[in-house]
Design a protein around this ligand. Structure first.
Ligand SMILES: CC(C)(COP(=O)(O)OP(=O)(O)OC[C@H]1O[C@@H](n2cnc3c(N)ncnc32)[C@H](O)[C@@H]1OP(=O)(O)O)[C@@H](O)C(=O)NCCC(=O)NCCS
Length: 261
């Protein structure tokens, strides 16, 4: 049975066993809500409910799901936004089931999201991400070509997700300029070229420190230090343009001037 039949979804992209779809029907969206619960382990109060997925679909957002057979193994949720005279998409969630990670599926969902956005005339997709999440930062900046030049302190307050480890929900705003030279060349596998002005380091132990109450204070200190560094760098007109992963798992944000706009 084709996954499109199971979900009523219209568009498909397929490679190996996984099918990526733009979905418009309740069953597929229900599967995304269940996956959200599995990935974030949110309490019901923090969970984005089915009705919000439906609204996102109805008002011009995107619900993109990755199915392996009948199982939803990844999804992206975005909603339309408007700021400074421009319409854009705000991508609120991206999730891949644990056992399917690090095989390029997250990137594939984002590329599907980009293609769909371009066909609708959008040039910008934004999302926020936790700067302490080394893997996400690498994916966003280095593999997708997003930039960041805004920092939101404790955006959602303290949430129930164990991924957050009880820390303030500080977020960098990723701007994905879909048609920019930077994005086009990074998607072709080239390195971005810029003059490095500043770097901000994240130690790999951050995951361990966040996960236990006894070490959480150390995670908090890293967050406080990096928050100050980002806020100052952005006030000075710098943008995050690169991300380095080190052998030991540490991450480093690379900042410079973004010349394109
Ligand atoms: C973020 C998420 C969607 C990524 O999905 P994914 O399918 O694993 O992503 P991809 O495989 O496309 O890309 C991950 C990249 O990070 C790399 N990576 C893996 N572990 C890493 C680490 N500890 N540090 C740095 N990079 C890492 C992978 O090698 C891969 O890069 P590559 O394509 O160059 O090999 C998934 O990890 C997830 O669901 N996380 C929990 C929810 C979440 O945090 N969502 C995002 C915020 S809304």
């Amino acid at each position: 049975m084709a996954t499109g039949e199971a979900t009523g979804a219209r568009e498909t992209v397929s490679a190996d066993s996984i099918v990526i779809l733009l979905c418009h029907d309740l069953e597929a969206m229900r599967a995304c809500v269940a996956l959200q619960k599995e990935v974030w382990n949110f309490s019901d109060a923090d969970l984005i409910p089915l009705r919000m997925f439906v609204v996102a679909d109805k008002i011009g957002g995107q619900i993109i799901a990755a199915f392996d057979g009948k199982e939803a193994v990844g999804f992206g949720l975005s909603i339309p936004g408007y700021r400074d005279g421009r319409s854009y998409l705000h991508s609120h969630m991206l999730a891949v089931r644990q056992t399917y990670r690090d095989a390029g599926l997250g990137r594939r969902i984002k590329l599907f999201q980009r293609d769909d956005a371009l066909t609708r005339g959008y040039e910008l997709i934004e999302w926020t991400f936790d700067p302490l999440e080394i893997k996400n930062a690498y994916l966003n900046i280095e593999r997708l070509g997003a930039i960041a030049r805004r920092y939101n302190i404790n955006q959602y307050g303290i949430t129930s997700s164990p991924l957050q480890g009880g820390l303030p929900t500080d977020r960098l705003v990723a701007e994905w300029w879909l048609k920019s030279k930077r994005v086009e060349s990074i998607l072709k596998g080239k390195k971005s070229q810029f003059t490095l002005v500043k770097s901000i380091s994240i130690p790999t132990q951050i995951y361990e420190w966040k996960s236990a109450p006894a070490t959480r204070q150390r995670a908090r200190e890293v967050q406080d230090r990096t928050r100050d560094e980002f806020v100052k760098a952005f006030a000075d007109g710098l943008a995050v343009l690169g991300y380095e992963r080190h052998e030991k798992g540490n991450g480093k944000f690379l900042l410079g001037q973004w010349e394109e706009r």
